[in-house]
Design a protein. Structure first.
Lengths: 199, 270
């Protein structure tokens, strides 16, 4: 138990050191962070975008953004892993929103699109989770109350803003904010143990 | 100005962690995070929850050549910066913006090898670019909304009605106004302009009145940074009975069950 905890701490410290080296322009450090995080980043991009080529392009952009922005990471404000996965998700969501602007009509959506998965008649947030989530995170999402689950799925998987969630579900914006907050807190409690990138 | 939002930053942090904020809200949170250390630990907790989701996808192995692409892109960018020109790597940004960005980068970096501080400055410039991209996205979205509105206006059977300001605006402020388009199938598209930015804890709410006593809530919304809003609504078939009054009121943030007396706009719709 004690040694496992130490290994986690060591890994976090290594991430922080590597990020600081990247901020100084060390390409070898970036390569090491790529080795650690390319799988989770690419898996997230592929799951949410459902397209190999776009997932590759977005993943490349994410690591390029890391190269440019590593100096913005402050270890006193949080863990590198959380900061970086947030950055990656942000880029992926940008891509999803760009697609939405290009293709506003549901007729253009394919059965692989996450938006289609959510909006097709009879489909639910549970089916979207089944399609793109995996393992303990999927189980933790399913364990949330339905309203929180739906709000989180619309935000995280579909790229909907809080306001869009309120409009689509017909509930007040304040309620959506509360659902997202409670859902994230519960997810954090459920999934607080570190996840192995190599899993 | 920022103090007006103090109460709502905490509420925005979960949406920030999920990237579920509008560009304006995101900017607001980022400024607050720079200013207030107490928000940073809260953000950390929400980011941890979001990161758990981020690690919850079926593992896909990126193609082996992707690392090479990343390193080549970095090399190419560094070389480009070092010799004093910037290659546009995001085609969606207007060329004029890239011109500004290139001038800024050159002003800071100059010619030669970049130091760590210069990298950090490039990161800051990247943030500024992101803000420009966000603005660009907002304008694109607005143009699309207006195009959609124009297309709706010429469809057969669509009724239009104006919503006019009820209260006098502050001096030097344009008067709020709006238009509602009603389709025969019950779809209502409301386009509003010059709405005031509300203090924290308040929102706008659309009400449809039956007579003078009963009112139904149609939507709760916040305008964008320019005071504009487009709201898509559906009127239940049983409610579509002749001329009805629509009002836009200021209500507590989560919306009201009954309308307040703080009415901003009103208009009769068919």
């Amino acid at each position: 138990m004690c040694s496992a905890r130490s290994a986690v701490d060591l890994s976090l410290e290594e991430d922080t050191t590597l990020a600081m080296l990247v901020a100084r322009g060390d390409a070898a450090a970036l390569e090491e962070l790529y080795n650690r995080y390319s799988r989770p980043v690419f898996s997230m991009a592929f799951s949410l975008l459902r397209d190999q080529s776009t997932a590759e392009d977005v993943s490349q952009e994410v690591f390029l953004a890391l190269w440019r922005r590593a100096g913005r990471f402050d270890p006193e404000r949080g863990v590198f892993r959380h900061w970086f996965l947030h950055l990656a998700h942000n880029r992926i969501i940008d891509e999803i929103r760009k697609r939405k602007r290009v293709s506003l009509h549901s007729a253009d959506k394919t059965p692989e699109d996450v938006e289609y998965l959510l909006e097709a008649p009879g489909n639910t947030a549970d089916q979207a989770i089944t399609a793109v989530m995996f393992g303990s995170a999927a189980e933790a999402l399913r364990g949330l109350p339905e309203a929180q689950r739906t709000a989180l799925v619309m935000a995280y998987l579909q790229g909907a803003t809080q306001q869009e969630i309120a409009d689509r579900t017909g509930v007040p914006l304040g309620t959506v904010k509360t659902r997202l907050r409670l859902g994230l807190i519960k997810l954090r409690q459920e999934l607080s143990q570190p996840v192995d990138e190599e899993a | 100005m920022a103090e007006r939002y103090e109460g709502s930053i905490e509420e925005l942090l979960p949406g920030y962690a999920l990237n579920a904020l509008s560009p304006d809200e995101q900017t607001l949170v980022e400024r607050a995070l720079e200013r207030e250390p107490r928000y940073q630990s809260m953000r950390g907790e929400y980011l941890e929850g979001a990161a758990a989701l981020g690690a919850g996808h079926e593992v896909r192995v990126p193609p082996p050549e992707l690392l090479g692409r990343v390193l080549n892109a970095i090399r190419a960018e560094d070389e480009t910066l070092a010799v004093g020109s910037v290659v546009p790597f995001r085609q969606s940004i207007p060329m004029a913006m890239w011109g500004v960005a290139a001038a800024l980068v050159l002003a800071v970096v100059g010619v030669g090898t970049m130091t760590g501080l210069e990298y950090q400055r490039v990161g800051e410039l990247e943030d500024e670019m992101d803000a420009l991209v966000a603005d660009n996205g907002r304008y694109e979205e607005r143009l699309q909304q207006q195009a959609e509105l124009a297309m709706l206006a010429v469809q057969p059977g669509v009724q239009q009605a104006a919503l006019v300001a009820v209260a006098d605006p502050e001096p030097a402020r344009p008067m709020a106004d709006g238009v509602i388009m009603s389709k025969p199938d019950g779809r209502q598209v409301l386009w509003l302009m010059h709405l005031e930015d509300l203090p924290a804890g308040y929102t706008y709410q659309v009400w449809l009145w039956e007579g003078t006593d009963a009112a139904y809530s149609m939507a709760v919304f916040m305008p964008d940074a320019d005071g504009q809003a487009m709201i898509d609504m559906w009127m239940p078939e049983h409610d579509a009975r002749g001329e009805m009054l629509m009002t836009i009121n200021v209500e507590p943030e989560s919306g009201s069950v009954v309308p307040s007396a703080n009415r901003v706009l009103a208009g009769w719709i068919n």
